[in-house]
Design a protein around this ligand. Sequence first.
Ligand SMILES: [Zn+2]
Length: 92
Amino acid sequence: MVVEETGQLIMATSKKIPERNSLDTAICPLCGESNQCAMAADPEATVCWCEGVVFPEELLAQIPEIVVRKTCVCKNCLDKYHESINTTDLTS
Ligand SMILES: [Zn+2]
């Protein structure tokens, strides 16, 4: 089958995301749980917990690049990441 509409190309690239709901900004791309992002719940929101934290590049590297700047990682996954760093630091 041939897709004749050229506009379909853009849609096809987003197929790479393994999410059930193509791009839900309220869902953590790592664990699939709600990321509690206030911006996702309300586009008018200006204050969110994710504003006060830094997402390490190593953590963002685990997420499909197309999602990184659109969807927040949830606090659970951020905490887990920090825990994993702390435990490796203890060995030194
Ligand atoms: Zn998560």
